[in-house]
Design a protein around this ligand. Structure first.
Ligand SMILES: Cc1ncc(C[n+]2csc(CCOP(=O)(O)OP(=O)(O)O)c2C)c(N)n1
Length: 319
């Protein structure tokens, strides 16, 4: 796969933006400025960035409780995201949804989702809409190894395969579902191997290698766009933080944590850009400086946004 420098830098920008947004969210949560729960995507950035580099606005994604990375990679606005995390009126859900309810339908972001496995059926339905309306769009369903054990996984993939829908099911296998290691929740840890049961392709890639993710997803998405049906892409990765902010993750083996930190997708791709692709360090630094500024701006935007008016409490609740 040959990508132009511009495409490589765009993927780096996405990964770096996710990382900085998440690091800031972690800091603000620790300072009690963000209420509720936040589940951070730090360490898994290459999955969202690699997959979404193949998408445009006519394509859809469904996300998870660990959704900031997916929605950023699909083009969500950092200001509106941060305001939502703060519970402010200018947030994506006017401050009433929080981290697990960020959606931007115009950008094809069908929502983060507090229900584990909640995206399987939604993405399959979106793919059905793409097919019926002949838009050429595809739907991407991001979910974890834990969510791969929900009944929705089987029901949705079976139907998606039967109807040859343009959907890619992306399993982000970070080896843990909450506090449970994958070996204790999955009878066969070769998760992409489940594709055989549906007669569709299943592939597993290094989810910390953005180029590998981009290439594998690109091929499977192309296939879906051509009407050849869905696939499963399993991306092996690792969350650096606890399951949620505040979880010390002391159930993880420190040696394993250290080994995965050494495979951090961001410094790894940065070195690739400079050493292999021969991109000027200044070009990479320009991105980093710009994104750092965007994240600071998002915090200021959130802080300056008003609280929701109590009279709006029931607005948008019932349709
Ligand atoms: C239907 C449902 N069951 C249980 C939960 C509680 N819960 C929240 S996250 C989570 C673990 C999900 O693990 P995985 O799908 O691997 O995603 P990860 O957190 O590793 O990204 C669980 C059990 C939930 N939110 N929804």
């Amino acid at each position: 796969m040959t990508l132009k420098n511009e495409q490589l830098l765009s993927m780096y920008e996405t990964m770096y933006k996710i990382r900085k947004f998440e690091e800031k969210a972690s800091e603000l949560f620790a300072d009690s400025l963000i209420p509720g729960f936040v589940h951070l995507y730090i360490g898994e950035e290459a999955v969202a960035a690699g997959v979404c580099s193949n998408l445009s606005d006519k394509d859809y994604i469904t996300s998870t409780h660990r959704g900031h990375g997916h929605v950023i990679a699909k083009g969500a606005d950092l200001n509106k995201m941060m305001a939502e995390l703060f519970g402010k009126a200018d947030g994506y859900c006017k401050g009433k949804g929080g981290s697990m309810h960020i959606a931007d339908v115009d950008k094809g972001i069908l929502g983060a989702n507090g229900i584990v496995g909640g995206g399987h059926a939604i993405s399959t339905g979106a793919a059905l809409a793409c097919k019926m309306q002949n838009t050429g769009g595809v739907a991407i369903c991001f979910f974890g190894d834990g969510a791969s054990n929900r009944g929705t996984f089987h029901e949705s993939i079976n139907l998606g395969a039967l109807w040859k829908l343009p959907v890619l099911y992306v399993i982000e296998n970070n080896l843990w579902g909450e506090f449970c290691p994958v070996e204790q929740s999955c009878s066969d840890t070769n998760l992409c191997g489940r594709a055989r049961a549906y007669g569709i392709p299943g592939e597993c890639v290094d989810g910390n290698d953005v180029l590998a993710v981009c290439e594998a997803a690109g091929k499977l998405i192309e296939r879906a766009r051509k009407g050849e049906g869905p696939s499963i892409l399993e991306c092996l990765t690792w969350r650096h933080h606890g399951h949620f902010e505040g979880d010390p993750a002391d159930y993880k083996d420190p040696a394993q944590q250290e080994a995965w930190l050494a495979k951090d997708p961001i410094p790894r791709f940065r070195s690739h850009l400079i050493e292999k692709a021969k991109i000027a360090t200044a070009a990479v630094e320009e991105i980093e400086t710009r994104i750092n500024g965007m994240v600071e701006e998002a915090v200021a935007f959130a802080q300056n946004s008003p609280d929701p008016d109590p009279s709006s409490l029931l607005d948008d609740v019932y349709a």
